[in-house]
Design a protein around this ligand. Sequence first.
Ligand code: BEZ
Length: 159
Amino acid sequence: MKVGSKIPSTPVQQFVGGEINQVDLADFSQGKTILLVAMPGAFTPTCADDHVPGYLAKAGDFRSKGVDEIVILATSDFFVVKAWADGLNPPEHVHFLADGSQAFAKAAGQLLDLTELGLGMRTQRYAAVVRDGKVISFAIEPDATAVSVSGADAVLSGL
Ligand code: BEZ
């Protein structure tokens, strides 16, 4: 994934009302600006304490700056991602989606191997602004266990 590239049409998942929704983010971004925030896992300390809270707190500011939808994408299974989202009560334009089999991460060239830590294959931590399926900006963390360039404040200031 890089500025100017198309995001993959590889589906990611959301568990809603007992159903598994397959979501094509390239389709989802047609006619819209979406902010894709990818992170290694639901409930992990950095994701839960340092990454997601800023996006929830600033969700309205992103809207004001032209971001129609915020997608939090975690490489955890969709049951776990649903439990995480349910506990956070996100605004309706913040969507928690799952890339449990890392298929999107692989297609995007963003796989992160945390096997030695016991976490298996995950996604890199990044934030990408996407419009009509095309990447407008891309900020990837040099260290996926920390949040700097992909954090809400940094991304908001770049819009
Ligand atoms: C985290 O807290 O998000 C995290 C921990 C270990 C590896 C990757 C991410």
